[in-house]
Write a protein of this length. Structure first.
Lengths: 296, 429
C-alpha cells in the first residue's frame, strides 16, 4: 500500500508510543491521496424538474401524494395535507396539487401553498397561515370565533385520534409495511439501505412522539381513547349535515374528514384497522365522510 | 380488600406534585367511601409494574393512569363509584372532549410554569421533589422529569423561559462571533438575564405568545363553567370526572407559590370564576394544607387530615439496586433503544391490558421482531468495527513488533514526499 514508506523502514527509531497514538487518528495515506484530488469536476447546477412547473399561473398546494393522484386532484394520504386540501376546496379556492415532500417546505412540514398572486413576490404560505390567507381571499368566516367548542373538540382530533393514528400507521408492523412504507418510504428512493434507514427513522419519530406524554405505549388505551373521541364527535355532529349546524362544510369538517376518510379508504390497504371498527359504529360520521367525498 | 392508591408525594400544600395524581385523589375522595381506600405517597413509579403513577393496587392487580383507574373503579363497584353515570349524551361528549382539551392544553402550561421556567424549577419544584423522594431517586428522577417537560413544550417555542437554553444559545452565538473574528473577546459581556427581564423588555413576542396560550385554555373553560357549580353539571347532579381532571391541573396552576407566577396571575385575571371554582373544589376534595409529614408519618396527624394516608414503605435494597440499574441502562446508547422497545411489550403482555388473546400475541411478536431488528443493527455495527480492525491489521497497525514500529515511524515521510515534489516542480517550472 505504501511502497515508498517501506523502502525507508528502520531509519528513524525514537518515541514509538507517541507516534503510534498519533497515527491511529491520522487520515490513512491512501485515503488522503484520493481526497486530495477532489473536486475532480464541478458540474453546472441542474434545471428545475419539469413536473414542478406545468401550470405557473394558479395557486399551488404542495402535499404528500403521488403524481397520478396529483393530476386528478385526489385526496392526499397525509391527514395534515388532506385537512388543508379539503378546507381550501370547501371554501371554493381554485388550486393545483403538487406532489412534494418535507424537504421542499420552507418550514420543514407539508402542506404549504404558493399563491398565484401577487406574481412578483410569491412567498410560500405554511399550513399555520393558510386559514388566514383563505379568509383574505374569499372572505369566509373564522370558525373558531363562532363556537367555543371548536377548539375543545379539535383537541380530540389533534391528540386522541392523532395518537391512535400514529400508532396504527407507523408502529403496527403489518400496517407499516403495507401502507406507510409504500406511501412515504418507497417513493423517496430506490436504494434499499436508505429505505431501511428512513423507515426506522419514521418509526422512531412516531414512538418518541407517543412516549413524550406517557411512560409506555398502551395500545388498548390509545384505541379506546380514539373510540371515545369518535363517540364525542358523533354526538357533536348529531343529525346535522355539517359540524356546528353550518350549511356548508368548513375547517372543522375538513379536520374530521382528513382522518375519517383515510381510516375508511379502501385504497390505503390497511391490514389492521381497528380504528375503522370504532368509526363504523357511528353512522353519521361515515355518512359525513361520504357527503364530503363528493367534493373531490 | 382495601384499594391502595400510589401517587407522587405532596408538594405546594397540595396532596401530590403531579396533576394526574391530584385528579385521581380528587376522584377517589368524591366517589369512593373513605374506609375503602388508602393513599400511599410512594413517589416511586417502580412500585407498579406499569412504572407509572398514579397507580391503583387491588391485591395483585395494578391499574395506572387516571382514565384507566376511573374505568376500573366503575367495573369494580358495579357502577356504584362512578361520577359520570348521571351524564346525558351531549354532556358525555363534552366530558370526553373537555378532558382531552384540559389534558393537552393545561398539561403544557403546567409544564411551562413548574419546570421550564428556570426560576420556578430551581427555587421551588426541584426542592419539592427533593423532600418527597428517597435516595437515590432524588438524584435520578427530577432531571428526567425536567427533561421530559422541556421536550413536551418544545413546540410552543417558549424556550426563553428556560435560562439554561438561553445560556446555551448565547454560548453558541458567542463562540461563533469570536470564531468569525467580528468582535474581540473582551467586548462581549452581557449581564445575566432573568425571566422577568426577558419577558418585560426584550421579547414582547414571548409575552404575546404566553397570553395567547393561556387565553386558549382559560376562555373555553370559563365560558363552559358560566354560573354553574361544576363544569358540566349543576349543583344537584354533583361533580363529574372532568371536574376532577380540571382540578388536578388548575390547582397546580393556582396554588403553588412560585417566584415567577405568570400562570397564576393569568388565571386570576382571565378566569375569576374558574379561580373561585378551583379553590372551592380543592377545599372539598383535599385538605386545606397538606404537609409532607402527613403523608410520611400519618399516625401522628390522623385528626388533622381527612385523606386516608398510609406511610409508604421504606425502599428496600433490591428496589434501590434496580433503580440504579435502570438509570444506568437508560443512559447507555444502544441499550436505551432496546429498552424503549420493551415499553410496548409490557403493555401487551400484562394480563389486564384488555387486549384479546390474539391481539396481545401479535403485539408481543411485534415487539420481539423489533428487538431482533436492533440486534441486527448491533451485529452490523460489530461487523463494521471488525472490518475496520481487519483493515488496520491488513495495513500493518497490529503486525508483530519490529516491523510495525518502523512502519509507523515512516508515515510522515510518505506524506511529505508529494509536497516536496510539487515544490520542486514549482521552483523549476
Amino acid at each position: 500500500m505504501t511502497p515508498e514508506g517501506r523502502d525507508n523502514s528502520g531509519q528513524v527509531p525514537g518515541s514509538v508510543n507517541l507516534s503510534r497514538a498519533r497515527d491511529y487518528f491520522a487520515v490513512p495515506a491512501p485515503i488522503k491521496r484520493i481526497f486530495d484530488r477532489f473536486p475532480l469536476v464541478t458540474y453546472p447546477s441542474n434545471d428545475l424538474p419539469l413536473r414542478g412547473a406545468p401550470s405557473r399561473n394558479g395557486n399551488r398546494l404542495f402535499v404528500f401524494t403521488n403524481a397520478a393522484d396529483a393530476k386528478q386532484n385526489k385526496p392526499s394520504f397525509n391527514p395534515q395535507c388532506l385537512k388543508w386540501q379539503a378546507y381550501l376546496r370547501f371554501v371554493g379556492i381554485e388550486f393545483d396539487i403538487v406532489s412534494s415532500n418535507n424537504h421542499a417546505s420552507p418550514t420543514g412540514a407539508l402542506p404549504f401553498l404558493l399563491p398565484a398572486l401577487p406574481t412578483s413576490n410569491s412567498t410560500p404560505i405554511p399550513s399555520t397561515k393558510l386559514q388566514k390567507w383563505a379568509i383574505e381571499q374569499v372572505h369566509c368566516e373564522e370558525e373558531q370565533q363562532l363556537n367555543l367548542r371548536f377548539d375543545v373538540y379539535a383537541s380530540l382530533l389533534d391528540h386522541r385520534i392523532r395518537n391512535a393514528w400514529l400508532y396504527a400507521l407507523y408502529l403496527d408492523t403489518e400496517n407499516f409495511t403495507s401502507v406507510a412504507r409504500r406511501l412515504y418510504v418507497d417513493p423517496s428512493t430506490s436504494n434499499s439501505v436508505v429505505r431501511a434507514a428512513l423507515a426506522s427513522q419514521l418509526q422512531q419519530a412516531a414512538r418518541e412522539e407517543l412516549l413524550k406524554s406517557t411512560q409506555y405505549i398502551d395500545v388498548s388505551a390509545l384505541e379506546a381513547e380514539a373510540g371515545d373521541a369518535f363517540e364525542a364527535l358523533s354526538t357533536l355532529l348529531g343529525d346535522d349535515k355539517y359540524f356546528f349546524g353550518r350549511s356548508k362544510p368548513g375547517l372543522f369538517d375538513a379536520s374530521v374528514f382528513a382522518y375519517t376518510h383515510l381510516i375508511l379508504d379502501e385504497g390505503m390497504g390497511w391490514k389492521q384497522n381497528r380504528l375503522a371498527d370504532y368509526l363504523r359504529k357511528h353512522k353519521n360520521l361515515v355518512q359525513h365522510r361520504e357527503r364530503l367525498l363528493k367534493y373531490f | 380488600m382495601v384499594l391502595e392508591l400510589h401517587v407522587w408525594g405532596p408538594a405546594f400544600s397540595l396532596p401530590s406534585i403531579e396533576a394526574q395524581c391530584l385528579a385521581t385523589i380528587a376522584y377517589f375522595s368524591l366517589a369512593v367511601p373513605q374506609d375503602a381506600w388508602v393513599l400511599v405517597a410512594s413517589s416511586d413509579p417502580s412500585v407498579s409494574p406499569t412504572s407509572e403513577l398514579p397507580a391503583l393496587r387491588n391485591g395483585s392487580t395494578w391499574v395506572s393512569r387516571f382514565r384507566n383507574i376511573v374505568d376500573y373503579l366503575r367495573q369494580y363497584s358495579n357502577g356504584e363509584w362512578d361520577l359520570d353515570s348521571g351524564l346525558n349524551g351531549s354532556e358525555r361528549a363534552d366530558n370526553i372532549a373537555f378532558s382531552s382539551f384540559v389534558e393537552s392544553r393545561a398539561h403544557a402550561l403546567v409544564d411551562l410554569s413548574l419546570y421550564v421556567t428556570s426560576q420556578n424549577y430551581y427555587n421551588t419544584t426541584s426542592p419539592a421533589y427533593g423532600s418527597i423522594l428517597q435516595w437515590p431517586n432524588q438524584w435520578i428522577l427530577p432531571p428526567k422529569i425536567h427533561g421530559a417537560a422541556k421536550a413536551r413544550t418544545e413546540h410552543l417555542g417558549l424556550s426563553s423561559l428556560d435560562l439554561q437554553a438561553i445560556e446555551d444559545q448565547r454560548q453558541r452565538e458567542h463562540s461563533a462571533a469570536v470564531a468569525a473574528g467580528q468582535i474581540p473577546k473582551n467586548f462581549i459581556r452581557r449581564p445575566r438575564d432573568t425571566v422577568s427581564g426577558l419577558l418585560g423588555k426584550k421579547s414582547q413576542q414571548n409575552q404575546f405568545r404566553l397570553e395567547a396560550i393561556t387565553d386558549d385554555l382559560f376562555e373555553p373553560l370559563e365560558e363552559m363553567l358560566g354560573e354553574k357549580m361544576y363544569l358540566l353539571t349543576r349543583d344537584s347532579a354533583g361533580p363529574s370526572s372532568l371536574d376532577c381532571l380540571a382540578l388536578g391541573y388548575l390547582s397546580l396552576a393556582l396554588v403553588p407559590d412560585l417566584p415567577y407566577a405568570w400562570l397564576r396571575d393569568a388565571m386570576k385575571s382571565k378566569a375569576p370564576r374558574l379561580t373561585v371554582y378551583t379553590e372551592r373544589l380543592r377545599q372539598q376534595c383535599f385538605d386545606a394544607a397538606v404537609e409532607v409529614s402527613h403523608a410520611v408519618a400519618p399516625s401522628a396527624n390522623t385528626t388533622s387530615s381527612h385523606l386516608p394516608w398510609r406511610a409508604p414503605e421504606q425502599a428496600r435494597l433490591t428496589t434501590i439496586g434496580s433503580t440504579l440499574f435502570n438509570a444506568f441502562a437508560d443512559s447507555v446508547p444502544i441499550l436505551k433503544d432496546v429498552r424503549a422497545q420493551d415499553r410496548l411489550r409490557v403493555a401487551a403482555e400484562s394480563s389486564d391490558s384488555g387486549l384479546s388473546q390474539e391481539d396481545s400475541k401479535k403485539l408481543s411478536t411485534f415487539a420481539h421482531t423489533q428487538k431482533k431488528d436492533i440486534l441486527v443493527n448491533i451485529a452490523y455495527a460489530a461487523g463494521g468495527l471488525a472490518a475496520l480492525v481487519g483493515y488496520m491489521a491488513y495495513e500493518g497497525f497490529f503486525s508483530s513488533e519490529g516491523f510495525d514500529d518502523d512502519e509507523l515511524e515512516d508515515e510522515p515521510i510518505t506524506e511529505f514526499e508529494p509536497e516536496t515534489m510539487q515544490a520542486q516542480n514549482f521552483l523549476f517550472g
